[in-house]
Write a protein of this length. Structure first.
Ligand code: EGO
Length: 459
């Protein structure tokens, strides 16, 4: 009796709350397994919306995200709508652009994704403009509720009322602002296949290409700095000081206008544990772990949640009472690790990463990896181009602290590098004006600047 009951239970109902990136992917995963999938999204269907509110969100899709898409046969479809990025392009204050390749294949940039794919499964229903939580609205019966409803998750609110649920959220002092760089004569204003970065310590800007040949520039700076700039002329003055090469590309008038369209936007980091309640409810994506955007891993980590859950479903025969606790056990350390890494990148970059230090660090990483490919894998490479568990990547990276002389070698190399740079540069005034802050590493910061990982047995 038990058996036939569980077999007829095969068409269990899974309610996916949130029709964003992770919700839509999860719908595909559960649908592929034959569940009756109900997706609930409070916003209207973005495919039918005339104006899509909000900003043009850019996303960097890397190995973890691609692996998750591949599992449900969506990789090629999505990848064909993206722009490949093979390298970073570092912009110095003088306007010089220096490419630094990623050790490996590169990553992919995406603009918007929509949930169409999930609808191709007959056992999936998309419910837009419908609220699930609160009980006040309508009630639906589900065997499993999957909360993929973002950093301010309504599902997670229910967890907060329970005993022994740990939760923390941290707003960082920086805000971000998006500005558009239009095409020039119908072509990209800068080279498209790069992640463009203007590292200026506390002021950071990146630019990512879009399919319509525009770039979205994202300016990161402390809220108090945003508030200091109140007039169009002050905007230009600010850009003249830190990002002069972008003024003609964005355009003086556009800059003066667009800067005031929206205020600086907040960024929050969220951690919690456990991710489940009994055999009934589980959190994934930003609902479980919103991260700051300084590692380009938010979407990738959320997508990887889906594969990890899938692997555990396979292992425990879809027995939710075993799958959910195991998912928490396995996934929390990794999600917490990427939340920490993203925060750490933020702290490190704003403290002392200017263009020269950025270039130097990445060249050292690439160099050491080239001569000892099995032993030294840069942390960024492990995080972005492998599926080494996030917490393992951190462990391997800490390894280098045991190799005491590494930091000294690192600093010596930097001294040589700087001396070499000075000798080769004929225009000294240019070099002196290049960076607002000295690129020399501070002793007390040195333990955070060596971003290469050591491993005993390779990836
Ligand atoms: C020394 C040099 C220490 C997001 C460089 C640390 C992040 C950090 C926001 C980049 C790439 C995708 C990103 C690198 C570092 C996206 C990313 C990186 C930014 C900002 C970003 C890299 C969207 C940190 N990846 N990354 O190695 O190229 O290095 F600059 Cl502000």
């Amino acid at each position: 009796m038990e058996e036939s009951a569980s077999r007829s239970d095969k068409k269990k109902v899974v309610a996916v709350v949130g029709g964003g990136l992770v919700g839509a992917l999860n719908a595909c995963y559960f649908a592929k397994r034959g569940f009756d999938v109900q997706v609930f999204e409070t916003r209207e269907d973005i495919r039918k919306a005339k104006i899509v509110k909000g900003r043009s969100i850019n996303l960097a899709l890397s190995h973890r995200g691609r692996s998750a898409l591949k599992h449900v046969g969506m990789e090629d479809k999505i990848v064909s709508k993206g722009i490949p990025m093979h390298a970073r392009m570092i912009h110095s204050l003088s306007g010089k652009q220096s490419p630094i390749p990623y050790g490996k294949k590169g990553q992919l940039l995406l603009q918007r994704l929509n949930p169409t794919e999930a609808e191709t499964y007959p056992n999936t229903t998309l419910n837009f403009g419908r609220k699930l939580s609160d009980g006040s609205e309508e009630e639906i019966q589900a065997d499993l509720i999957v909360g993929c409803d973002g950093a301010f998750s309504a599902i997670r609110k229910q967890f907060l009322r329970r005993s022994r649920f740990n939760f923390s959220q941290t707003y960082i002092p920086h805000g971000y602002m998006e500005l558009t760089m239009p095409p020039i004569n119908g072509e990209f204003a800068m080279k498209p296949n790069y992640l463009h970065i203007w590292p200026r310590n506390t002021f950071m800007m990146i630019a990512l290409p879009n399919l319509d040949k525009t770039f979205t520039c994202t300016l990161f700076m402390p809220f108090e700095e945003f508030e200091k700039i109140t007039t169009g002329d002050e905007v230009i003055e600010f850009f003249q000081k830190y990002f002069p090469d972008t003024i003609p590309l964005i355009g003086v008038d556009a800059l003066k206008r667009d800067y005031f369209r929206l205020p600086g936007q907040a960024m929050v980091s969220v951690k919690c544990t456990p991710y489940h309640i009994g055999d009934k409810c589980v959190l994934m994506g930003d609902a479980a772990h919103a991260v700051v955007p300084f590692y380009g891993q938010g979407m990738n980590a959320g997508f990887e949640d889906c594969i990890v859950f899938e692997e555990i479903m396979e292992q425990f025969n879809e027995d939710f009472s075993a799958v959910l606790p195991e998912y928490t056990r396995v996934r929390v350390p990794d999600d917490h690790a990427i939340a920490d890494l993203a925060m750490y990148n933020y702290i490190e970059m704003r403290a002392h990463v200017n263009s020269r230090w950025f270039l130097f660090r990445k060249h050292v990483d690439n160099f050491l990896h080239a001569i000892m490919p099995k032993t030294i894998i840069p942390l960024y490479t492990m995080v972005t181009f492998s599926r080494i568990r996030y917490h393992e990547a951190v462990k391997r990276w800490h390894w280098q602290d045991k190799v005491r002389c590494f930091k000294k070698i690192c600093h010596l190399l930097f001294i040589f590098h700087s001396l070499a740079a000075r000798r080769n540069v004929s225009d000294f005034s240019n070099l002196a004006a290049d960076e607002p802050v000295s690129p020399w590493p501070h002793a007390e910061l040195s333990d955070v600047t060596c971003a290469a990982g050591f491993s005993t047995n390779g990836p």
